[in-house]
Design a protein around this ligand. Structure first.
Ligand SMILES: Cc1cc2nc3c(=O)[nH]c(=O)nc-3n(C[C@@H](O)[C@@H](O)[C@H](O)COP(=O)(O)OP(=O)(O)OC[C@H]3O[C@@H](n4cnc5c(N)ncnc54)[C@H](O)[C@@H]3O)c2cc1C
Length: 473
């Protein structure tokens, strides 16, 4: 198995594969090979032969957004391994034990750990795993039909050194990329930048007379809160604009969060393809809004700053699309439209922070095998229920966090990483190494499941929900 990219998802796969005995293989997959330049059939000690390549020189998790005071949006139990295997040595609790912090955490009494600590935990796991290699950017993936394996070429971005790896199976864990709309690009990146760069470029904001933040996802809200906190000392005017109809919270109720459980993923997967995009379009606030705690912190700070008729020198304006940014006399003019009333206006700022989200472009290194992959009518991979690309190749290509269109809103969620990785490991080894987790939450999502369990319910009429275009071949 060769993994491309080391974010939390492929790192979790590396952790769940660590120490797993391959010798009991009895079914599909299982003959993965990834050694440094040579094809081998599992390691001599019987463990799975896996290698994970990361382009960066060392592990880092969204470094530009490790703002002081921010926390993970999921409980610490959503670490790399616990939800699949609570006894695994790569767990967050074991990290605390080994770092000598377990009592400190015990008295902390909080499920949501600091984001900086989650990053430190991931680095700790990456250092312990022999299967992780850094400074290797995958540039090309080909299929060798004679040898029946992939040939993967990687290079060290710093030295230019080239590495060739061979593997029967791949796991794509390349994550997402910061996205800036075309019309807002082309300005000096020290002045106009994505939230992903915030911590590296914050000083520019602190020197500015005015700063504008664009977007109303969690990242934009965290940047706004941080700038609001620093405003009294730095003295800038602070504006926050968003195209969304309001500064709305993301779902955080216990029953609502069950959409991030295996059952909902399965239900969504089984929906006809044509319905999935429609349904997802209405689910933005399940995962794209503002954490209610961040929202409350912003509100409370504004409240305190406005005591005694004081003006916090802040503007918050929703329903507003920033269509263009123009450089004028050393400042930036934002061309805005309030889309509900169709009124246009402009806003001048010295620095602009763009919380315009992340995209998931198809990696260019797949070009040589592009015509062996099956794509849907919108140019996206077709993905099987167990997270493999639909291809005509003999090896498996698993996809992490590129399955939003096929598996739904849980795809980028850290809490579902273990479930997806357990499915991948089970497929690779052809046996149930980790539990399949079929009945995990109180509610049902499919009629079939509900009717089966509710004594008073029975099916009526013709039910052919999957007759349109399921993803599976
Ligand atoms: C700021 C921020 C905070 C978040 N917080 C949460 C949260 O609290 N809870 C939650 O559930 N979700 C959260 N998310 C969403 C979650 O999906 C991400 O946190 C998570 O990092 C995604 O993991 P990943 O493994 O898919 O990719 P990434 O973490 O993006 O990692 C992908 C890696 O692949 C590498 N790579 C890319 N191309 C190549 C190549 N060709 N060769 C080699 N390496 C390559 C990249 O350098 C990168 O290191 C957050 C997202 C962001 C942006």
């Amino acid at each position: 198995m060769l993994g491309v990219g080391l974010g939390p998802f492929n790192l979790g796969l590396a952790a769940l594969l660590d120490g797993v005995d391959e010798t009991a293989v009895d079914g599909t997959g299982g003959d993965g090979a990834a050694g440094d330049g040579i094809a081998v059939e599992g390691d001599a000690d019987g463990s799975v032969d896996a290698l994970f390549l990361e382009q960066d020189a060392e592990f880092a998790w969204h470094e530009g957004m490790l703002i002081e005071g921010t926390t993970l949006e999921v409980p610490f139990l959503a670490d790399l391994v616990t939800l699949a295997d609570p006894t695994n040595p790569h767990s967050f609790l074991n990290y605390l034990r080994e770092r000598g912090r377990i009592y400190e955490f015990y008295f902390y009494e909080t499920f949501q750990i600091p984001r900086q600590e989650y990053d430190d935990y991931l680095r700790w796991v990456a250092e312990r795993l022999e299967s992780c290699r850094f400074g290797r950017r995958v540039e090309d993936v080909r299929w060798d039909g004679d040898a029946d394996h992939f040939v993967v070429t990687a290079c060290d971005p710093e030295t230019g050194a080239e590495y060739v790896h061979r593997a029967r199976n791949l796991a794509l864990g390349v994550g997402s990329r910061p996205q800036i709309p075309e019309a807002l690009r082309g300005h000096p990146e020290e002045d106009v930048f994505h939230t992903a760069e915030y911590r590296f470029r914050r000083d520019r904001c602190l020197d500015a007379d005015s700063v504008a933040v664009v977007g109303s996802g969690q990242s934009a809200a965290e940047v706004f809160l941080d700038l609001l906190d620093r405003q009294p000392e730095a003295g800038y005017r602070l504006d926050w604009l968003t195209r969304s109809p309001g500064f709305f919270p993301m779902e955080y109720s216990k029953l609502g969060l069950q959409h991030f459980a295996p059952e909902y993923t399965r239900y969504f997967y089984d929906l006809p393809r044509e319905r999935k995009d429609e349904i997802r379009a209405g689910q933005d606030l399940l995962y794209k809004g503002i954490d209610p705690d961040t929202s409350a912190a912003i509100y409370d700070m504004l409240y305190e700053r406005s005591v005694g008729d004081r003006d916090p020198d802040v503007g918050l304006f929703a329903m507003t699309e920033v269509g263009d940014i123009e450089a004028i006399a050393g400042r930036y003019r934002l061309d805005c439209e309030q889309w509900q009333t169709r009124e246009s206006f402009s806003l001048d700022a010295d620095a602009v922070v763009l919380g315009t989200g992340y995209g998931r472009p198809t990696p260019a290194f797949l070009s040589p095998v592009e015509d062996r992959i099956s794509w849907d009518e919108r140019g996206r991979y077709r993905v099987t229920e167990d997270y493999r690309l639909v291809t005509d190749l003999a090896g498996d290509v698993f996809v992490q966090n590129g399955d939003l269109h096929s598996h739904g809103v849980g795809a980028p969620d850290l809490g579902l990483g273990c479930f997806r990785n357990a499915r991948i490991v089970n497929r690779l080894l052809g046996r149930e190494v980790y539990p399949a987790d079929e009945d995990t939450v109180f509610q049902d999502f499919s009629v079939e499941q509900y009717v089966e369990r509710a004594p008073g319910a029975s099916r009526r009429g013709v039910d052919e929900p999957n007759s349109l275009s399921p993803d599976d071949p």
